[in-house]
Design a protein around this ligand. Structure first.
Ligand code: ARG
Length: 459
């Protein structure tokens, strides 16, 4: 099959080369963006008098027909037509002959692919944004139901201080909120229109670049034709945003996995989001959370791969850059799938608040508060720390929790300890006294939930 660019060649490309460099099997997913971009380009060529208005109209009309034929599954793309851009142009020429050959006036595939990928990523970012907002709403709802559910907070995976489940959940809200903001930021830099950069040096035709940008919903146009065709920063930025989302999902998944173990017993996953074992009849495995955790790996992999493809590439376009697509497409698909399944899984967990409280009662999670109690009685903090350290050791050796000590035992450690100690070191009090902004007390978390609601409602 002769190529659209075949004029200076005496031979066709080897079949093996067609198979090797063709990108149609993965870039065909940009057909809508490619065709809408071409329709707008044709419209602008007509309105600037670069091609006759009736030619522009015929091209636009035929491209719309091609678009609907593809939508309806009536078109099969050809591998030797290389990529989505060539496939569409070839079909156009088959349908309207010489007029179709005018479409590519003042345009190169280099600025065309840059346009298509920007348009494609913009629409995917909108979808990703909505999926995260659903997750944010799920977190808010679960947090609101658990404002008084006391659980141990951890450092080094050792019980540290009492918090509430709501507080823990709202930590994840903050992470995913930043992910939304990061996507917005990435969107801004993706929302710049490159058409008119030509192959690398712009074009002599009097194109109206601003008109194309306006019609396609871009905020502005690229300012340098070399940069316009060789910039893939926005792809890397999105791959990085997606990696961070997966990092957050993997941490949350890991905690759900731990919490659903018999050893923790803080939550139970719904049957619809768990799997069994082919040999062990008793098993209920958190496979969904594990797979989300695992898929972080492939998303990080794509980020690394795109960064490495772009490393050291001389300006302007190089074919290497075709390698940006499979990675970013796979990352987008993976993250969308993970967000969706994860949100549904989270919405259906059963919270075992009794076990959370029991765990918070063990492990001396109120030790800091007892030291603070002594500070209030006038003892310097470092001394108080030492006294309570000894108290904890005594409790471990005598298999007691601190609140089980008698007044006489307390007095052995410090004469400053009085009858109010029992009330002062209750877990409830330890939590409710931490009412600084950002703390786990009910009122602080409620405030954070109110802010969270305002954020999602602004979306
Ligand atoms: N399929 C190519 C890509 O994805 C389109 C641009 C081709 N340009 C070229 N000069 N070979 O990068």
């Amino acid at each position: 099959m002769p190529k659209l660019w075949g004029g200076r060649f005496q031979k066709n490309t080897d079949k093996i080369v067609d198979d090797f460099h063709s990108s149609i099997r993965f870039d065909s997913r940009m057909y809508k963006q490619d065709i809408i971009g071409s329709i707008t380009h044709a419209k602008m060529l007509g309105s600037c008098g670069i091609i006759p208005p009736q030619d522009s109209e015929l091209i636009q009309k035929t491209l719309f027909e091609i678009l609907s034929d593809i939508d309806n599954g009536q078109i099969e793309f050809e591998t030797d037509a290389e990529d989505i851009h060539m496939n569409v142009e070839k079909i156009l020429i088959e349908r309207i002959g010489d007029v179709g050959k005018k479409l590519h006036t003042g345009r190169s595939r280099n600025d065309q692919v840059a346009l298509d990928i920007r348009m494609y990523l913009k629409s995917e970012m909108d979808e990703l944004d909505s999926l995260i907002v659903v997750l944010l709403n799920t977190i808010i709802k679960l947090a609101e139901e658990n404002l008084d559910t006391i659980m141990p907070g951890y450092t080094h995976l050792q019980r540290a201080q009492p918090i509430t489940f709501a507080h823990h959940l709202m930590a994840y809200f903050q992470m995913f909120r930043r992910d939304v903001e990061r996507l917005y930021d990435c969107y801004k830099r993706t929302n710049v229109m490159p058409l008119g950069s030509g192959a690398l040096a712009g074009t002599t035709y009097p194109l109206d670049r601003d008109m194309v940008a306006r019609e396609l919903g871009f905020d502005s146009i690229t300012e340098n034709s070399l940069d316009g065709v060789s910039d893939r920063d926005f792809v890397i930025e999105l791959a990085s945003c997606l990696s961070i989302i997966m990092m957050h999902l993997s941490r949350f998944s890991e905690e759900l996995i731990l919490w659903s173990s018999y050893e923790f017993g803080f939550i139970e996953m719904d049957d619809a989001y768990s799997t069994g074992s082919s040999i062990m009849p008793q098993k209920k495995n958190p496979d969904v959370a594990e797979l989300v955790r695992g898929k972080a790996g492939r998303v990080y992999g794509s980020l690394m791969s795109i960064l490495t493809v772009m490393k050291s590439l001389p300006l302007a376009y190089n074919k290497d850059m075709q390698e940006d697509k499979e990675g970013i497409f796979d990352s987008i698909d993976t993250v969308k799938m993970c967000l969706n399944v994860f949100t549904n899984m989270l919405a259906t967990i059963k919270v075992k608040s009794g076990n959370m409280l029991k765990a918070a009662q063990g492990g001396f999670t109120n030790a800091t508060d007892i030291a603070d109690y002594l500070v209030k009685k006038g003892i310097p903090f470092r001394t108080a720390h030492e006294i309570i350290g000894k108290m904890v050791l005594y409790c471990i050796q005598n298999d007691k929790s601190i609140d089980q000590l008698t007044m006489d035992e307390f007095k052995e450690f410090s004469e400053s300890i009085q009858g109010d100690i029992y009330e002062e070191i209750s877990l409830k009090k330890c939590v409710s006294e931490r009412k600084l902004p950002g703390g786990p007390a009910r009122e602080s978390v409620q405030k954070s939930i109110d802010n969270a609601r305002a954020f999602v409602e602004s979306k």
